[in-house]
Ligand binder design. Structure first.
Ligand SMILES: Nc1ncnc2c1ncn2[C@@H]1O[C@H](COP(=O)(O)OP(=O)(O)OP(=O)(O)O)[C@@H](O)[C@H]1O
Length: 232
């Protein structure tokens, strides 16, 4: 369980998150959605312990997030932090050395599923190849919380589809929770249990995606547009 208790995060004078309180259940796939600058990445970074609240508390399983990247959390960042001369296999060994919850066998299975050859150098991979490799290394961790910042960003539709299938196939929702930010809402909507809509650092709305479809016959992307047009 992830809890935000009256969390405000400021960077200097900029308020990135503004008095947010909510809790996220285990075993769900949760989308954090909103326009550029609405606070999505900050929301994830607070859970990962990469930044800390200016006010309030973030708790994971009842424990305040205090140190950098707690063992419970695997974080996929927006940035490409690869070493170009490494092979995919070298990266895999690197991740295994850094994270005790990293499963080499699972990593190989996911790389195979995503059609990434382990002997390829990182610099030989296309942008889509790097994107898939990054996802593979994150999913190979057995961490209870997987945080993904824009996992589909800048990738073509075929690669996005392969990543979405990878998420469906390799995440263990009995034990893992995924919180992801994305602008590619149409692609991830079928995966999501819940959507949290941020606007100007506040939670504008939170919906159960199935309920939204069944009771309002609405899609997540339409809902977001309405929130931003001020219709909700
Ligand atoms: N390190 C930082 N220093 C100063 N301001 C920051 C920093 N990080 C984020 N901000 C500001 O905080 C606000 C929220 O940023 P955040 O990156 O969380 O939004 P976002 O919804 O993820 O945006 P995007 O969709 O563009 O990635 C923005 O106004 C941003 O400019």
């Amino acid at each position: 369980m992830i809890e935000f208790e009256r969390v405000t995060k400021k960077y200097g004078n900029v308020i990135a998150l503004d008095d947010v309180s909510l809790s996220l259940e285990k075993g769900k796939i949760i989308g954090v959605l909103g326009a550029n600058g609405s606070g999505k990445s900050t929301f994830l970074k607070l859970i990962a312990g990469l930044v800390f609240p200016t006010k309030g508390k973030v708790l994971v399983d009842g424990m305040e997030v205090t140190k950098k990247i707690s063992g419970k959390v695997a974080y996929l960042s927006e940035l490409d932090a690869y070493y170009d001369s490494f092979t995919v296999q070298d990266m895999l060994e690197f991740y295994a050395s850094q994270f005790s919850d990293f499963h080499k066998e699972k990593a190989h299975d996911i790389l195979e599923f995503m059609e990434i050859q382990p002997d390829k150098k990182i610099r030989q991979l296309s942008k889509g190849g790097r994107g898939r490799a990054k996802i593979a290394f994150t999913l190979a961790r057995e961490a209870p919380i997987l945080l993904m910042d824009e996992p589909l960003s800048g990738l073509d539709p075929m690669v996005r589809e392969s990543i979405v299938k990878g998420l469906i196939s390799f995440v263990d929702l009995e034990r893992q929770t995924i919180v992801m930010t994305t602008h590619e809402i149409d692609e991830v909507e079928p995966l999501l249990d819940e959507a949290i809509f941020l606007r100007d650092g506040k939670v504008a709305e939170r919906v159960h995606v199935d309920e939204l479809r069944e009771t309002s016959r609405d899609s997540v992307v339409n809902r977001l547009k309405k929130i931003y047009k001020g219709e909700e």
